[in-house]
Design a protein around this ligand. Structure first.
Ligand code: ADP
Ligand code: MG
Length: 716
């Protein structure tokens, strides 16, 4: 008997036509895909979620006589003549080609540089070809280039033939060495032999009825082998009843679990007690150097409500670069300090820590708060002194890198932690604080807008505030992609800007493999620019290898306009704020990702002057890079950019989980399936609000909470 938890490597015992070697190869490949620690842990459930990449209608294969130029179709032919030949100037390319017939006409199929195909396609054998057919006028025949194919041997077993022909069939991506046809046989037999009583329904019956969802067993069968009565087109668009059901289920479990966690967090004991009276209100107003925007006022209100409520705050503050998140955080910090608490501001880089310290000391100049910087590069003695003062409660705000929540830093009374530009780690850092016995309110800030859909699924247990308005008086940044030939003109333009009192950033990416080489390029460029290009201007250099004091000195010089041009590596990427800078020139921009470019561009356009971003590219760039730069030229809206990013790269890349092999969803795709995502959110909230006392729901919630992974076998 096969169940969802049967190890794949044992399938040779149960499945016809599968030997020990194949079973092990399958288990290995599936383990790799699912990041299972070992092949023994690869289960039938995982295999069943190896879904077809597309579906082909073989109930009515097209006939050659019916094909037309440009048509996409599957055709079965018998191979007549096959062979390799060479083409190209020096005969450097090999082409394998065969001609085939089906009684209604003759076609030609060919492949580049795969001479070994000679062994696969032999005269007289039958094959199905799938792809786009083109009419080749030179040869006067229909032609297909690099098609998908499947050899059909004359099956002796009629049930086998029924799996691959005369119906709609799934087409799988090659799995290890196992090709689509063999996989189709395996899936087919697996679904025949699977004990479906182990796969009980796990969605409430009313929910199924309300949304017209089919049951899970049917969905799982049908997603591999579409029934005749469903239009195949809906399969290829992932909108078949089987797809809808499984996609919904996946979203639903995740969102339900997150909603439950959020409810639980709201019931956690609150570590702080904060109130806002007139004195606190006055203190908050006293630090304001300008009139806050309506959006800033709104999010501050949301934050203060959290601070003063009896639930711990865990809030994500999203706001595009330059939207003015810092002042909002500063106001929240004032509220906490006025209530007698210590506060911490955590940032990813030392430069940003230094800048925040400088700015906040200025903002708090009229108060008696003590603001100190704690970073890894202080001397041991300095660190010791600061830590002692933190413990003694004589420091009200500690700014620094992750060093500030590490082991030996003891706060006397930590009330609020603000985490800037580190949304990826914010969640973990909160957990770390709680582990160490602190229960502060936590505010995570990010300028890398996470598309709402993604934020909802991944940060579902954070509350979200959004600053969706820029401070007044900003003119939009003009962005242009430029090649090497424009360089002289660009330098002229830069000189003109400097003469008008503006300042310039020139950024170098990691061009070479090592940071050292990278540094050498930036250093050399700074020298050349100073000596040969802009001898009358002062050019400063900034990079990650400098000592903190050196960095601080460079930033001070630039801020004071003693240097007009700052040549830098990407250390200035996040948060740096010099409003007088009006030009951001990025070398080798095609090597940067979306969010990095958006962040870098956000360093300009912070003052009233019109700002420019020049994206330099040299030589050939990938299609994706060109697309990226084109999007940046067209929009400065961080949310639009991140949606595009999500589309181009997928959520794994954006969240940095792809390297760890962790897949968020198996069937669902949050870009493609937004509608179902929304539905799943509504249904999960509804379930919690309306039916959380009903025994079926109770059981579900219990299961959701005890299962960290929402696998098919683990729930239901
Ligand atoms: P980010 O959201 O990217 O962290 P910052 O907090 O660094 O943005 O703010 C960007 C710039 O805008 C800073 O120079 C800040 O002083 C200024 N700023 C922020 N809010 C306002 C406002 N309401 N009116 C005028 N200037 C503002
Ligand atoms: Mg910032």
């Amino acid at each position: 008997m096969i169940t969802l938890t049967t190890p794949i490597e044992k399938l040779d015992i149960e499945l016809p036509r599968v030997g020990k070697k194949t079973a092990q190869a399958l288990a290995d490949s599936i383990a790799l895909l699912n990041a299972c620690p070992s092949r023994e842990q690869a289960k039938v459930e995982h295999l069943l979620f190896y879904l077809p990449m597309r579906y082909e209608d073989r109930s009515n294969l097209a006939k050659i006589g019916d094909l037309a130029d440009g048509m996409e179709a599957a055709v079965a032919v018998e191979i007549k003549v096959a062979g390799n030949y060479k083409v190209g100037k020096a005969n450097q390319h090999k082409i394998f080609e065969f001609s085939g017939e089906d009684g209604t006409g003759r076609i030609r199929a060919f492949w580049w540089n795969q001479p070994f195909l000679e062994k696969t396609f032999t005269r007289g054998s039958h094959v199905i070809l799938f792809g786009q057919w083109k009419y080749d006028t030179y040869r006067n025949s229909l032609t297909i280039e690099n098609p998908d194919y499947e050899i059909i041997d004359k099956e002796t077993d009629p049930t086998q033939e029924a799996i691959h022909m005369g119906r709609c069939v799934p087409v799988y991506r090659k799995l290890g060495d196992i090709r689509t046809k063999q996989l189709r046989t395996i899936m087919h037999n697996l679904l025949e032999l699977l004990d479906f009583s182990t796969l009980s329904e796990n969605l409430p019956p009313q929910l199924l009825a309300r949304n017209n969802f089919i049951n899970r067993a049917d969905a799982l069968k049908q997603i591999h082998f579409p029934p005749e009565y469903v239009a195949l087109e809906t399969y290829n668009r992932a909108q078949s009843p089987a797809h809808r059901r499984l996609i919904f289920e996946e979203f639903f479990w995740l969102l339900l679990a997150l909603a439950v966690k959020r409810t639980e967090r709201h019931q956690e004991p609150k570590g702080t007690s904060i109130e806002v009276n007139d004195q606190v209100r006055q203190a908050v107003l006293n630090i304001l150097p300008f009139k806050p925007t309506n959006a800033q006022k709104r999010v501050l209100k949301e934050i203060v409500e959290d601070l003063t409520s009896n639930r711990p705050m865990n809030r994500l503050l999203q706001g595009d670069v330059g939207a003015g998140k810092t002042i909002v955080a500063a106001q929240a910090i004032v509220v906490a300090i006025e209530n007698g608490y210590q506060t911490a501001l955590m940032v990813p880089t030392e430069i940003l820590a230094e800048q925040h310290t400088r700015n906040l000391r200025k903002l708090f100049a009229k108060t008696n708060y003590r603001v100190e910087l704690l970073t890894g590069s202080l001397t041991a003695r300095e660190k010791r002194a600061i830590k002692a003062d933190i413990k003694a409660n004589s420091i009200q705000l500690v700014v620094g890198t992750h060093a500030i929540i590490q082991d030996d830093v003891e706060f006397h009374k930590l009330g609020l932690v603000v985490i800037d530009e580190q949304h990826r780690f914010g969640v973990m850092q909160r957990a770390e604080l709680i582990r160490r016995g602190y229960r502060p309110d936590v505010l995570v800030m990010t300028a890398t807008p996470i598309p709402r859909s993604l934020a909802m699924t991944v940060y579902g247990d954070l509350d979200v505030s959004i600053i969706d308005e820029l401070p007044p008086g900003r003119t939009p940044i003009e962005t242009r992609v430029r090649g090497e030939s424009s360089r002289p003109k660009i330098y002229q333009f830069i000189a003109e800007e400097v003469r008008q009192g503006r300042q310039i950033y020139i950024v170098y990416p990691l061009v070479e493999e090592s940071e050292k080489m990278d540094l050498a390029a930036a250093t050399k460029m700074a020298e050349i620019l100073q000596k040969d290009v802009f001898p009358h201007f002062s050019i400063a250099l900034l990079h990650g290898r400098m000592k903190p004091q050196e960095k601080e000195e460079v930033m001070r010089k630039f801020l004071a306009c003693e240097a007009q041009i700052l040549v830098s590596t990407t250390v200035i990427e996040v948060g740096v704020d010099v409003p007088n800078a009006s030009v951001m020139m990025i070398e080798h921009s095609d090597r940067f990702g979306f969010s990095q470019l958006h962040q870098l561009r956000g360093r300009v356009g912070r003052g009233a002057a019109k700002s420019y971003c020049i994206l330099m590219t040299g030589g050939v760039k990938s299609k994706e890079a060109s697309e990226r730069l084109r999007v940046l030229e067209q929009t400065t809206d961080g949310f639009k950019i991140s949606e595009k990013d999500l589309e181009l790269r997928g959520p794994g890349e954006i969240l940095g989980t792809r390297q760890s092999g962790e897949q968020i969803f198996r069937v669902a795709n949050i870009v493609r399936d937004r509608v179902l995502l929304d539905l799943a959110r509504q249904e999960s909230e509804f379930l919690l609000a309306v039916a959380s006392d009903d025994p079926f729901t109770k059981k579900l919630i219990e299961k959701v909470l005890t299962q960290p992974k929402f696998g098919l076998a683990s729930i239901g």
